[in-house]
Structure formats: C-alpha cells, structure tokens
Design a protein around this ligand. Structure first.
Ligand code: GTP
Ligand code: MG
Length: 418
C-alpha cells in the first residue's frame, strides 16, 4: 500500500528516578548515602533511507513511544539508559508540526537523520547530595519527562522529471518504455492511483528519475477526479513533461485539454506552473497527418506565455521519437543539476549503490593477538600430547623411546664409574 501522508505522535522515554539509599552493612559503621542516578530516557530519531518507498509502516499506528530509563538503585548502581528508537522514512519526507503547520525538517538525502524527541534526563541519587555539612542527604530528584511531538509526515517524492497530463494520455506507458518501472497500464482513465518512480538510464554515466502521477482533469483543484494532492510528488522535479494525446476517448479537444491542465497547475501552485516544461504529443501514429500537432504548435505561437515550450511527438507503441525525447530530457536535467551544484546544493543519490557507506570499523584485537608478541600467544603454542609413556621433554616435544621400551642406557656410565 502506498501511503504518502500520516499524522503521528512521538514520545521520547522518561528519565529514571534517582534512588535514596544508605549503606547498611555489618562491621561498616556510617556507611553513608549510596543511591544511584536514574538512566536517561530513550530518544526518537528519524532517518531517511533509500529503499524505504512509502510511509506505510506509520499508517496503522498513531503513537510511537520510546523506552524509559531505569531507576537508580542502592550500592551506587545507576539505572540503564533507554535504547534509542530509530525510525526509517523515505528520502523526500517532510516532518511538519501538526499544530502550527511549519516544516520542522526536510529529510531528502539518504542517511540524513535528526532527533525528533529527546529523552528525559535521569534523576540524581542521594549520593550526589552528600557534602561535609549534609552527611545523610535525604534528597534525590525524579527523572524528567521525554519530549512529545505531534507531527505530520508527508512524502514528496524525489524525481528529476514529473509526467503530467489527462488520464489515458500514455504517461505510465512512456515510463514503462524508458525505464524498468512496471506501472499498471490500461485503456481506461485513472489506472494510476498513486505515483510510480522509475530510473531512466540514458547511457553508462547518465541517468535521471521520472515520476508518473495519476491523471489530472479539469476541476481537480476542487476535488474532481483524484484531486490534485498528488502533485506534491512532482514539486521537487525540475522539469515537467506534459503529455497530450491527439484523440482522447471522451472526444475532447487536445489543445483545450492542454490549457485546462495548465490552469490546474496554476491553481495548485504558481511556482509549479512556472517550471520548465516539455510538451509531448503521445500516440503520434494515431495522428498521421500531424493535424493536432500543427494546431498545438499554432496554440503556442498564439499564446506568448507558452511560446517557449518545445513540442515533441512520440509513439510508445511504435517507439517513434523516444530516444530523442530521452536525450532532450537528460540535457535539461544535467543543466539543472549543474545549476544546483553552482548554488551549493547537494544532489541526491538515486540508487542504493551510490549512497556512500561508512567504512566498517575494524574489530579491535587484544594486544596478545595483535601485537609483536602475538606469535607467542598461548593459542599458538604446541599442545601437550598425552603419550602412552606420559613422558615429556623439557622442550615440549614428546620423546618416543624405541619399541623395545628400553630406558636410555645409563648403566654403562654407572659401571664405568669407579
Ligand atoms: N496506440 C497507442 N496507444 C498507446 C500509446 N501509448 C499508450 N497507449 C495506450 O493508451 C492507454 C492508456 O495508457 P496509460 O499509459 O495507462 O495512460 P496513463 O496516462 O498512465 O493513464 P492514467 O494512469 O489513467 O492516468 C493504454 O491502453 C495504452 O496501451 C501509443 O503510443 N500508441
Ligand atoms: Mg497511468
């Protein structure tokens, strides 16, 4: 299930209470205060991760509570701190304050993380209060409450290109032809109900991410069709590819359809309607005389605002114009990426393999196994081998006597003695 907006409440763990205790032991007079501190409560951390594609794990759970710190105990034992709670979200998730609506954090890069709720501090045990003038302190403090936050998690997909157009225009078909994504395709409107992302590999070095979203219709801003909420998934895209089919099944005029979708974009956000746009006439084999194509060109000439828009004709079915379109998109995406780099912005890696991973910390060996004397380690010493005679030479080697089981001949020496 694809979920792109959830409302949840996060509560960090409470700190453990400090302990009040005195050492009482036989033969230990005046043992003194020995109450330990409480442990810190666990914090909640949100981390963006490549491979997490939806907020589905938050859909059926309203509250997330982290572990509390344990209380302190006597004999100066401190309470254990709570185990931090790390939650993963897709790259492109905005964390929004539910009450005031401001964006707390935008998690766009893989590995980007932040502490959304900090755990409460543990209380102090009475041993902390001892002093020359307070030798039997009966004070201790209680653990502090952890932070609580009521937030909205909203996913705005990260894509370089957004495909827009009326239902049935051929958006999903185009995505399936140029990338390895396999969205649902059918000859009825609103086949696509949630965004699909696909990576288009132009050649070995160059690739871009494309987002296919549900079809827009006139009045989408008033809730017609599937509404226009899903336009947020192309908000981050630097280039819009507007698909227009020449022979809509509902018999509407393609040029009017184009103008209606432009109007819907303006209604959603003027920033989105001002974005760089390529207009693509799909199913061009159904318009052999290029009659609709010419009318579309005429429309751009008549409308100074739309004058600069490039018009392409493609056919996903007969693969006409696809490679030219992909090359044109790649060039525009590359130009935008260079602009972003010049502006000091960081580019988001598009594949898991592109994400820099921290080198694994080397396992530390104890000195007797890693130092210069490691060869003398007990592990590498020759083992005593039990023998039938049970005799061992001082070098550690077992002396094997001849089969006759004779003892070394010392008698001669003895005899020679005077
Ligand atoms: N003849 C022809 N048909 C096409 C072409 N491209 C797509 N189609 C057909 O057009 C129909 C709609 O295609 P989709 O890709 O599902 O259209 P969509 O824009 O994703 O539609 P929604 O998801 O409903 O918004 C399907 O039956 C496709 O087979 C083409 O180049 N030529
Ligand atoms: Mg579709």
């Amino acid at each position: 299930m694809f979920i792109d907006r959830v409302e949840v409440e996060f509560s960090a763990g409470k700190g453990g209470d400090g302990c009040m205790s005195f050492r009482r032991e036989k033969y230990v007079p005046r043992g003194g205060p020995d109450g330990g501190d409480g442990g810190t409560g666990a914090s909640i951390i949100l981390e963006a991760r490549v491979g997490v594609n939806s907020l589905a794990q938050y859909a059926n759970r309203r509250f997330f509570r982290a572990e509390r710190g344990k209380h302190g105990e006597g004999s100066l034992r401190h309470g254990r701190k709570g185990q931090e709670m790390r939650l993963y979200v897709p790259c492109g998730t905005s964390v929004i304050d539910a009450a005031d609506g401001f964006v707390i954090k935008d998690l766009t890069h893989p590995g980007e993380e932040f502490v959304i709720c900090r755990g409460g501090r543990g209380g102090l045990g009475n041993a902390r209060f001892k002093s020359a003038t307070n030798q039997t302190p009966r004070q201790r403090t209680l653990g502090a409450d952890g932070e609580t936050r009521h937030v909205i998690l909203e996913l705005k997909s990260i894509a370089d290109v957004g495909l827009i157009g009326k239902p049935n225009a051929g958006k999903s078909t185009l995505l399936s032809r140029i990338s390895s994504a396999r969205p649902e395709i059918a000859d009825y409107p609103f086949t696509t109900k949630f965004p699909n992302l696909g990576i288009v590999d132009v050649d070995r070095e160059r690739s871009f991410v494309t987002a296919d979203i549900p079809g827009l219709i006139e009045g989408a801003s008033e809730g017609h069709g599937l509404g226009h909420e899903f336009l947020r998934h192309i908000e981050r895209a630097g280039l819009l590819v507007h698909l227009v089919e020449p022979t809509p099944i509902d018999g509407t005029d393609p040029v009017e359809n184009y103008a209606a979708i432009r109007e819907e974009l303006k209604q959603y956000d003027t920033k989105l309607s001002d974005r760089d746009e390529l207009v693509v006439m799909t199913k061009c084999e159904l318009d052999p005389d290029r009659e609709v194509f010419t009318r579309m060109q005429q429309h751009f000439e008549d409308n100074p605002v739309d004058h600069k828009r490039d018009l392409h004709a493609i056919s996903a079915a007969s693969e006409i114009g696809l490679s030219d379109l992909v090359e044109e998109i790649m060039q525009r995406v590359t130009a935008r990426r260079l602009e972003m780099i010049d502006a000091g912005e960081e580019l988001t890696p598009i594949r898991e393999v592109d994400v820099p991973t921290e080198a694994k910390p080397k396992r530390r060996l104890p000195p007797h196994k890693s130092g210069p004397t490691s060869s003398l380690s007990n592990d590498k010493q020759a083992r005593d081998v039990p023998t039938i005679w049970g005799k061992q030479s001082p070098t550690g080697r077992t002396d094997i006597s001849p089969q006759t089981n004779e003892t070394p001949d010392n008698s001669g020496d003895t005899d020679s003695d005077p």
